[in-house]
Write a protein that binds this ligand. Structure first.
Ligand code: AMP
Ligand code: MG
Length: 404
């Protein structure tokens, strides 16, 4: 059986980034750039004032000195005056520095009278001036290919006047739930019926990373129904099925996938929960068959599907970084399996990240998923951990500051 890491690597190595498209800056937020972004102009574009105040020659400005005010430059104003010895020009934040000036004195450090200004404090050359190109020089590579565009990156692209950005197309992901017992949310409940929640959980997780879910509904546990729905799902970039992949007597999903030309790459991973996960490829399109228990479905999506979808959308960072966090109470586990434990994550009084099981780890227990902020990875070669042991944990939910 494949290990957690073998399965993840095999999946990620099997997929490629989708085609590139140009989108407007507004639509680029949250997506990954398909190219390195190189500065096409300096930032700032010109020397300008960082404060509202007076442009002066620093050498004129001994404390108590009065200068005559020879002009005024608002932000966006033209340079129609200069600073001669013994004079000052009134200037607003963002306005270009007039010739002759080498410092700005903020209003707060002056006393103003009509046409004159008295300097109260000390003034050094360069005070409160933002120099041309001090932030970014033309030709600097500022954003690496595959970086998620946060508001900060969008701000930079806007500053360069780049209104259209190359990104990889959003991946379209078909979601198919399977099972004779399943019912849709708004159906009249039947005896033994189970409401299909997996499609909704998967759709939410897909949306969270900027991909596009396609709801295929429910296929029944028979070949005809599966053939039809899976056939539809194979039209998308990615197909995710849930349930029908354990060793139950009506678990036909893998059989039908094979019949429709999906080459199975593996079935079963040495993890808990999520062991019966299957993965296959049809041409360049990946097909994930996730186990049906809602907790297993969500966790296997998080660990195996999400990185693949991110790669298809051109992201550079596919896996969430693992933090070290101290366990607050002992845990027992099954020896020889990697366990993906749902954990409550907190900061202790010293500001360190600490974790504890978020509750019953049975895959039937959804509540424990609700109370979890992270997933801790418990090593296969352990059967217990003690309180105070340090574990690898990653957070649940979207975050882009670390590039994922
Ligand atoms: P299976 O993998 O088909 O044995 O399903 C495992 C468990 O997950 C069963 O209790 C199913 O009723 C449940 N299950 C399967 N699919 C869904 C779904 N779409 N929504 C909620 N529960 C499901
Ligand atoms: Mg079933």
């Amino acid at each position: 059986m494949l290990s957690f890491y073998q399965a993840r690597d095999l999946i990620v190595d099997s997929v490629r980034p989708l085609a590139v498209e140009k989108v407007s800056l507004l639509d680029a937020a949250g997506r990954a750039t398909a190219e390195d972004i190189v500065a096409n102009q300096p930032l700032p574009l010109f020397d300008n004032s960082a404060m509202d105040g007076y442009a002066v020659r620093a050498e004129d400005c001994v404390s108590g000195k009065t200068l005559s005010v020879q002009g005024y430059i608002p932000a966006g104003g033209k340079l129609n005056c200069k600073v001669e010895p013994g004079t000052a020009v009134k200037i607003m934040t963002g306005a270009p520095i007039p010739p002759g000036a080498d410092a700005i004195v903020p209003f707060e450090e002056t006393e103003e009278s009509p046409d004159r200004v008295t300097i109260l404090g000390k003034v050094k050359q360069g005070d409160h001036i933002r120099w041309k190109a001090e932030d970014i020089k033309p030709g600097d590579r500022i954003i690496d290919k595959g970086t998620v565009l946060r508001p900060a990156e969008i701000s930079l692209l806007a500053s360069f006047g780049m209104s259209m950005i190359n990104v990889h197309r959003r991946v379209r992901v078909a979601i198919l739930s399977t099972g004779d017992e399943l019912q849709e949310l708004d159906e009249q409940p039947i005896e033994g019926g189970i409401i299909n929640s997996n499609s909704w959980a998967l759709a939410a997780a897909i949306r969270e990373i900027g991909a596009e879910p396609l709801m295929l509904g429910i296929a029944r546990d028979n070949r005809e129904s599966l053939l039809q729905k899976i056939g539809d799902g194979l039209q998308a970039d990615v197909l995710i099925t849930s349930a029908g992949v354990s060793a139950g007597d009506r678990d036909y999903v893998r059989e039908v996938l094979e019949e429709l030309g999906v080459e199975q790459k593996f079935w079963k991973i040495n993890i808990k929960p999520g062991k019966p996960t299957a993965f296959g490829m049809r041409g360049t399109n990946p097909v994930f068959s996730l186990p049906g228990n809602p907790v297993s479905t969500m966790i296997t999506f998080e660990e195996f599907v999400r990185p693949a979808l991110l790669k298809m959308m051109g992201h550079r960072t596919l896996f969430k970084p693992l933090f070290k966090a101290k366990l607050q109470e002992p845990v027992k586990k099954k020896y020889d399996r990697l366990q993906l434990m749902r954990v409550a994550v907190e900061l202790n009084e010293s500001g360190e990240m600490v974790i504890a099981s978020s509750g019953d780890q049975n895959t039937g227990i959804l509540r424990t998923m609700i109370y979890a902020q992270g997933i801790a990875l418990l090593a296969p070669d352990r059967d217990h951990y003690a309180a105070g042991d340090s574990l690898d944990v990653h957070l649940l939910g979207a975050a882009t500051a670390l590039g994922y």
